[in-house]
Design a protein around this ligand. Structure first.
Ligand code: DUC
Ligand code: ZN
Length: 457
């Protein structure tokens, strides 16, 4: 059994939908037994960054709450937190209701929502209090995408102040939009339309500048800050400096930034567009820095930013009529099914410890987003979300072996040393040997409280 603290030999007794007891020789003679000999038994993984069934221009992320959570289950993820969005002119409660309707009766594992705020029409305290009552204790704000999502620093400061006072978490997409906007215009004016110019228009310095600004605002307001999808060494350095100063700043990275690089944009075929995401993939050397950030604890979480598009959706672009330049390519990559195994790969290679793997993929995300101790740990009283992970199950991450609604895999050339053999969600099998045995609607919505125990993370 692997926890965020240790590896030990133990039996885990599940009664109903919860963990009852853990230890050597616990359990009764007539209990049904799931033999996990030779496997690692870990808490169900928690993915705090997904975009299911999300409209982006004429496109829509390919996985809905059924297919996406089914794929999650097959890959060992038993809790997801998706981003409900209140678009401009829409009350937060309405955005939340829309996302409830997308997920209800479809999700096969438990799920919660963050609230994405795209404007502030009333009092930030009222918004945060209303969402807290509705079970949403985290907010996401964008420092880029001026057309639909970006908010001003004034709005960020107001939401931070209110969130800090209510124990809620503020997540920020950090890319400095003035840099992005001027580089975009320059590239387009010069007729540079290919995907590689997408990466050029969103350089690491734009991410680092925004991270620095975000940290300054968190310091000013005293609110905890969570930086989503950190992708570059320069941004990582800003997080490191802030944490060394004792600020309550957390950051996640994603498998695409750990495994893939900007070389993908050099592909002259249409394949390059499949790797368009924001922030973009970076030069290969950033990957080592990010892994080291995870190992040392400067980065606390691996989440996915799961936002898949099919090859034809990427081709059709945001207009639906074929993209004419990189600004019209829907951004996002699939990842909800492959995260746990891709991070475990570095345990197999000796770079991370097994407890660090569990910590970054299961325990800390649950703690930061108000789900602990119900999720993210195997302890008496926690939900019986259990993964029996077989470290001998080699698996090529090819499209045919995955359940995400995609017709290409970003990790076609990767073979991982380990895959979940059995996955339980609240005591019930939802995946077995990489195949789904889940029931649509089994997943329950999670009414989340304040983040609580973030001290020491
Ligand atoms: N970036 C992406 O690439 N996809 C989804 C949202 C985002 O910010
Ligand atoms: Zn995202």
């Amino acid at each position: 059994m692997v926890s965020a603290a240790e590896v030990r030999r133990a039996d885990v007794v599940v009664v109903g939908d919860q963990i009852d007891s853990i230890g050597a020789g616990v359990g009764a003679p007539d209990d049904e037994v799931l033999d996990a000999t030779g496997c690692l038994v870990i808490p169900g993984a928690v993915d705090v960054h997904t975009h299911m069934d999300m409209e982006v221009g004429a496109a829509r992320s390919a996985d809905d709450f059924l297919s996406g959570t089914l794929a999650a289950a097959c890959g060992g993820t038993t809790t997801v937190i998706d981003f409900a969005t209140a678009y401009r002119g829409e009350p937060a409660a309405q955005g939340l209701a829309t996302w409830h309707a997308k997920a209800r009766g479809r999700a096969v594992v438990d799920y919660g929502f963050h609230m994405t705020v795209t404007e502030l029409t009333g009092d930030a305290d009222d918004l945060v209090a209303e969402m807290a009552e509705s079970g949403v204790s985290s907010f996401k704000l964008y420092m880029t995408y001026p057309d639909r999502l970006m908010v001003t620093d004034e709005v960020i400061l107001e939401v931070m102040r209110a969130a800090g006072a209510h124990g809620a978490m503020v997540s920020l997409h950090c890319e400095d939009d003035s840099t992005v906007a001027s580089r975009r215009s320059a590239a387009l004016a010069a007729g540079r339309t290919e995907p590689r110019w997408h990466a050029w228009s969103r350089p690491p310095s734009a991410e680092a500048d925004a991270v620095k600004r975000a940290i300054r605002m968190a310091e000013e307001t005293g609110a905890p800050l969570y930086i989503v999808h950190l992708s570059s060494a320069e941004a990582l350095q800003q997080v490191r400096l802030a944490r060394e100063r004792g600020l309550t700043v957390f950051a996640e990275t994603c498998p695409q930034y750990l495994y893939l690089s900007a070389e993908r944009y050099e592909d002259i075929s249409e394949r390059a567009a499949r790797f368009v995401c924001a922030p973009p993939l970076r030069d290969p050397w950033h990957q080592e820095e990010l892994w080291e950030g995870l190992r040392s604890g400067t980065l606390q979480v691996v989440a996915t930013d799961h936002c898949p598009f099919t090859a034809s959706d990427k081709r059709a672009g945001l207009t639906g009529e074929g993209w004419r330049d990189f600004t019209q390519i829907p951004g996002g990559l699939p990842g909800i099914e492959t995260r746990l195994a891709l991070v475990y790969q570095k345990v197999a290679e000796g770079m991370l410890s097994a407890p660090q793997w569990v910590d970054r993929c299961c325990t800390t995300p649950a703690k930061l987003f108000g789900l602990h101790p119900r999720k993210g740990v195997l302890e008496p009283g926690s939900d019986a979300d259990v993964v029996v992970f077989d470290p001998r199950a080699r698996r090529p991450l090819i499209t045919e072996s995955l359940h995400m609604k995609i017709d290409y895999s970003p990790y076609e050339d990767v073979v991982v040393d380990g895959w979940p053999r059995t996955v339980l969600s609240r005591g019930r099998p939802v995946a077995s040997d990489g195949q789904s045995v889940a029931a649509p609607g089994w997943g329950e919505w999670l009414h989340r409280g304040p983040s609580g125990s973030v001290a020491g993370i």
